[in-house]
Design a protein around this ligand. Structure first.
Ligand SMILES: *[C@@H]1O[C@H](CO)[C@@H](O)[C@H](O)[C@H]1NC(C)=O
Ligand SMILES: *[C@@H]1O[C@H](CO)[C@@H](O)[C@H](O)[C@H]1NC(C)=O
Length: 494
């Protein structure tokens, strides 16, 4: 249930920001070989790609029109259903390509090699050191602005991966996942608390007796803009992790998970009582404990601290508070809604309109819902408040209402509308960017499940979902902006 809720929050943010998503477990029949993939070149027309591969592929998403139209096409590997190739076209011209699993060669890199690699190195330098060229997982642009992402398997790990980003033939970033678990650079809470933003990387290394694991690095070696992220493992438990971010060799932020084993609890009543603008001391006084500093960045007036409490009454819930320059700027509570239930029906949800006051919503629903997050000064026109209600009929249904300055700005629902809205794959392919909502509804024969709505007039954004006829998980997501189809996305086609 909680997982469902959390994935809903991710979904909400995806809907509101209109990001294109896709699902890799989709069953698709358009196939591609590795050889075909390598033949396809950046700059080809969509027709050339179709001809070379022998089919048009699955349309994953489309947005914009004419020269700015963005189209994403996907093929499945002919050898393995888990291998995927993705092509992104702008104005009908191939801008980038990416593949996972088509190149089945295993390219391995050791931690020592990974550590030795410097930003600014050429591909040849890397290949010489490592003994293999690695796997081109993604390529975009050409010449000086060519961007290539190369991956290696991290030696000695089960799932570890090293990613190198090249721009114009030179490394601009390196990144790894997995080496950290094989290394024993330990840290305890006292050491963590001792280390302060502003310290040099050398000071940190000396205090901890080791340089940790570089999880990522970008920017030229020795430059003031170089960003290095280093990880250490907790000395008490291997499940704890500490991350330090250095900019130009100076510690600019630190974060920890699980190192501070204190239990800091906040009740829902305390969560609603504390106000944006309060100092850390004021919050500590009301809650009765200071909470866990999970991340700290900057200093003085730009100091940002994220403090976490356990949500009382929820099994996995947290209350997260962000303080900037010592003052509370954002509070987010995930999990309280499991213990609190203010109900909503689909009819009530449909009645609520963008532009209503929070008081109107509270009156209609007979309760103020569960406060999920708040930022901005109390009573200001920029204050953002997110409130959740649970479905009156089904416990898996919920609605989220976002208020800006006390006025409904957006609303989102999941499973509240239990209608079945279908679309055929052919209808999906025929939909044209720029069509009005009415044109789309008429063409498909039903209005779809309106998952979220925000804003009004020219800036109105509406996200509508359909199930795909003849598939189990096939889903189409349409985003309308200012009343016109702006992005269409589909996955899970047969
Ligand atoms: C990987 O990318 C490099 C640089 O564009 C290119 O020279 C090389 O041929 C590519 N390798 C494969 C196997 O496609
Ligand atoms: C948490 O952060 C505050 C503010 O920087 C600091 O005063 C306090 O000592 C920190 N607590 C711990 C346990 O480090």
């Amino acid at each position: 249930m909680l997982e469902r809720m959390l994935s809903f929050y991710i979904f909400v943010f995806v809907s509101f920001t209109a990001v294109v998503f896709q699902c890799d477990s989709a069953p698709i029949v358009y196939t591609i070989t590795y050889q075909q993939y390598t033949t396809v070149q950046i700059g080809w027309t969509q027709q050339q790609v179709t001809q070379n591969i022998g089919s048009a592929g699955n349309l994953v998403s489309q947005s914009g029109t004419g020269n700015t139209a963005i189209t994403i096409i996907k093929y499945t590997g002919s050898q393995s259903p888990l291998a995927v190739a993705t092509f992104l076209f702008q104005g009908g011209i191939l801008l980038s390509k990416a593949q996972i699993g088509l190149d089945t060669t295993v390219y391995t890199i050791t931690l020592a090699q990974y550590t030795a690699i410097q930003t600014d190195w050429t591909r040849d330098q890397v290949t010489k050191l490592v003994g293999s060229a690695g796997c081109n997982v993604s390529e975009a642009g050409t010449g000086n602005i060519a961007v290539i992402i190369v991956q290696y398997k991290a030696a000695g790990t089960t799932f570890g991966i090293v990613s190198l980003g090249f721009v114009g033939g030179k490394i601009v970033s390196k990144f790894e996942v997995g080496f950290a678990s094989t290394i024993n650079n330990k840290i305890n809470l006292l050491q963590y608390n001792t280390i302060q933003t502003g310290w040099t990387q050398q000071q940190v290394t000396t205090l901890l007796g080791g340089s940790g694991t570089i999880v990522s690095q970008s920017g030229t070696q020795g430059s003031p803009y170089q960003i290095t992220i280093v990880q250490y493992v907790g000395s008490q438990s291997s499940l704890t992790a500490v991350t330090f971010l250095f900019q130009g060799g100076i510690l600019s932020s630190k974060g920890q998970i699980g190192l501070d084993t204190g239990i800091y609890t906040m009740t829902y009543q305390q969560f609603t009582t504390i106000e944006i603008g309060w100092t850390r001391d004021q919050v500590t006084n009301v809650v009765g404990s200071a909470g866990c500093n999970v991340s700290e960045a900057g200093s003085g007036s730009t100091a940002v601290i994220i403090v976490q409490f356990t949500a009382a009454g929820a099994t996995f819930g947290n209350a997260d508070l962000t303080f900037i320059n010592g003052k509370l700027t954002t509070k987010t509570g995930i999990g309280y809604f499991l213990a609190i239930s203010n109900k909503i029906t689909l009819q009530q949800y449909s009645t609520i309109q963008i532009g209503w006051t929070q008081q109107q919503v509270t009156t209609l629903l007979g309760g103020s819902g569960t406060l999920i997050s708040q930022s901005g000064v109390q009573g200001s026109q920029y204050q953002i408040t997110m409130v959740q209600y649970s479905g009156a009929v089904s416990s898996s249904a919920l609605a989220l209402i976002t208020f800006q300055g006390g006025i409904v700005y957006g609303k989102t629902q999941a499973n509240l509308d239990t209608g079945v809205y279908m679309i055929t794959q052919q209808q999906y392919t025929s939909l044209q960017i720029g069509w009005t909502r009415d044109q789309v509804t008429q063409f498909i024969g039903n209005a779809g499940n309106v998952a979220s709505e925000a804003g009004t007039g020219n800036v109105a954004a509406v996200s509508v979902q359909y199930k795909v006829v003849g598939t189990v998980i096939g889903t189409v997501n349409l985003i309308f902006s200012g009343g016109k189809l702006y992005i269409k996305t589909g996955f899970g086609f047969k």
